[in-house]
Design a protein around this ligand. Structure first.
Ligand SMILES: [Cu+2]
Length: 169
């Protein structure tokens, strides 16, 4: 077997480098909380394994608790707490990712509550009585998908880690 020339080896090595699979993870998708007791981007889509990072820019604490609308059961693994860091108002974070495609519902147990909705008998998040806000319960959905068309629809603010001028009270 003839020994390949150096130039041949170089071509093989460069081809191997160029053909190496991309290992860079996609950037996270961000969901922000401010003073309105809501998740600003309440529907976002990510790929399996891609991080969703909840950013609490509020001065009050929130929780992020996954639930199954069909059973009403809450999740132990999708269960976060983000302190409201008043008076310093430094953002606090909770990060989650999902390996399987699906639709993952969550709510803030401080500012919303789960209730069965007749006659459909599904569990939904509702406004917790006495909580201030814009009228919607503090809840959201994460869509885990490989569908590029759905992934492209995330709101622009979901690409920014920290939103300026969104510190609430
Ligand atoms: Cu909350």
């Amino acid at each position: 077997m003839p020994i390949p020339k150096i130039s041949t080896w170089l071509v093989i090595m460069i081809a191997a480098l160029v053909g190496a699979p991309a290992t860079a993870a996609p950037p996270p998708v961000y969901v922000h909380m401010n003073g309105a007791n809501m998740f600003l981007e309440d529907v976002v889509a990510v790929k399996p394994g891609q991080d969703v990072v909840f950013v609490n820019e509020d001065t009050g604490a929130h929780t992020i608790v996954g639930f199954n609308p069909l059973t009403g059961k809450t999740s132990h693994s999708f269960n976060g707490y983000v302190a409201g860091d008043a008076p310093a108002t430094q953002p606090t974070y909770y990060k989650i990712s999902f390996s399987k495609p699906g639709i993952y519902h969550y709510y803030c147990s401080v500012h919303a509550m789960l209730a069965m909705e007749p006659p459909e008998h599904v569990t939904v998040a509702k406004i917790r009585p006495g909580v201030d806000g814009f009228g919607d319960p503090m809840a959201g959905v994460i869509i885990v998908t490989t569908d590029a068309a759905i992934l492209a629809r995330n709101p622009p603010s979901s690409h920014q880690k920290i939103l300026a001028n969104y510190f609430g009270g």
